[in-house]
Design a protein around this ligand. Structure first.
Ligand SMILES: Nc1ncnc2c1ncn2[C@@H]1O[C@H](COP(=O)(O)OP(=O)(O)OP(=O)(O)O)[C@@H](O)[C@H]1O
Ligand SMILES: [Mg+2]
Length: 366
């Protein structure tokens, strides 16, 4: 039934928009994206970084100034939207309010003049797939937000498109439903094995749903990789701060060997993995996730600090520790049975070397 999954490639995509009196702004600037057949790839980044514009160029809603889009082996850059065989789900659902659920989903099949029985069968299949069997005769305004979102998904998959594109499809739903729906979308995509590009600015959603994530900043791709790769090996300070929480510690390269580097920071030498080698004396930033910080009593051998804040969160305690003027975030997991440190208590801090990462010195501090 479904064709074999196809790869999607965006090559050096660029798009500028004219701005009032300020020349033009490159909303998307030389973006390369490669999506493997059947892969679930997410474009992640802050508001305005060019995610929607990129997706719209892949779909064909927007014409690139430069670059091309390939689906399978075919260059589709010049093809109109309806010839690209893409399913698109918007944030706003964009359902036809005057059409019943069944007719909303059947709409594009009828445009294609499919036989009546075939339309009925495919719409029913799509409704089943999104868990809305029996909802066909309702109108959109008789559905909850989550149900409307499912109709929008059913309408996209019913065409059996070669590619599925989602632009923040869950952002109008409440937090709990969003978590449930992202699991459903993931399951559906794994069932269909349709190559998928998904846009969100929610890093947790991206990590939960994707095979791979492309992080964008100001119209450019700053990193592409699995959630683990991006979390543990952020390519720069921006990515590190955007994905999860992180301590950014200023330091200077003191010794550099092949795979690890020693950095003078906070009055001690930290050993860390580096994204590339740098000469001795180079100013750098050491990135440390809160869970890589080890807190011990004042008699320990690490960096001296004082507990500024303690936040109990059940499965972990978060501490803010003042270490010579720098506030270090530390997370202690499974705190049950351990005596917590008190606010004002002097402590010592150590880092788990394996989890430290060195990148270029931050351009602008927080
Ligand atoms: N039609 C347009 N005309 C002018 N500027 C535009 C247009 N569409 C987008 N832009 C600008 O291009 C940049 C990227 O916009 P885009 O919508 O792609 O961002 P986004 O990453 O999807 O953001 P968000 O998370 O807020 O949806 C923004 O600065 C935006 O103002
Ligand atoms: Mg957008």
């Amino acid at each position: 039934m479904q064709d074999a999954a196809v790869p999607v490639r965006a090559e050096r995509l660029r798009k500028s928009f004219a701005r009032h009196g300020e020349g033009s702004l490159a909303a998307v600037d030389d973006v390369d994206i490669v999506v493997a057949p059947g892969e679930f790839l997410t474009l992640l980044g802050p508001s305005g970084c060019g995610k929607t514009t990129t997706l719209r160029m892949i779909a064909g809603f927007e014409e690139p100034d430069h670059g091309r889009v390939l689906i399978g082996d075919e260059d589709v850059t010049e093809l109109p939207i309806y010839r690209r065989n893409i399913g698109f789900v918007f944030q706003s659902y964009a359902l036809f309010p005057h059409l019943r659920v069944f007719d909303n989903i059947a709409y594009s099949l009828r445009v294609k003049r499919l036989a009546r029985a075939e339309v009925g069968r495919r719409v029913d299949d799509a409704l089943q797939m999104v868990g809305l069997g029996g909802y066909g005769s309702r109108y959109p305004n008789q559905l909850s937000g989550g149900e409307q979102q499912r109709v929008a998904v059913a309408r996209a998959v019913v065409m059996q498109p070669r590619v599925l594109l989602f632009d923040e499809p869950l952002s109008n739903l409440d937090a709990k439903l969003r978590v449930q729906m992202r699991l459903e979308l993931r399951r559906l995509q794994q069932e269909l094995r349709t190559t998928t590009i998904y846009v969100t600015h929610d890093q947790e959603e991206a990590m939960a749903i994707s095979d791979r994530i492309v992080v964008m900043e100001r119209g450019r791709v700053v990193q592409a990789g699995t959630a683990e790769e991006i979390y543990y090996d952020p390519s720069c300070d921006f990515v590190a701060r955007f994905i999860g929480r992180i301590n950014a510690i200023a330091g200077v390269v003191a010794d550099a060997s092949a795979d690890a580097v020693e950095v003078e920071a906070l009055g001690v030498r930290l050993r860390a993995r580096a994204d590339r080698s740098r000469p001795i004396g180079t100013p750098v930033t050491v990135l440390a996730r809160p869970e890589s910080v080890v807190i011990a009593g004042a008699s320990g051998s690490g960096i001296r600090g004082v507990i500024k804040e303690r936040i109990f969160l059940g499965e972990k305690i978060e501490y803010l520790v003042d270490a010579g003027g720098l506030t270090v975030q530390a997370a202690v997991y499974k705190p049950m049975g351990m005596k917590p440190f008190d606010v004002g208590e002097p402590v010592t801090l150590d880092f788990d070397d394996k989890q430290l990462r060195v990148v270029d010195a931050a351009v602008a501090a927080e």
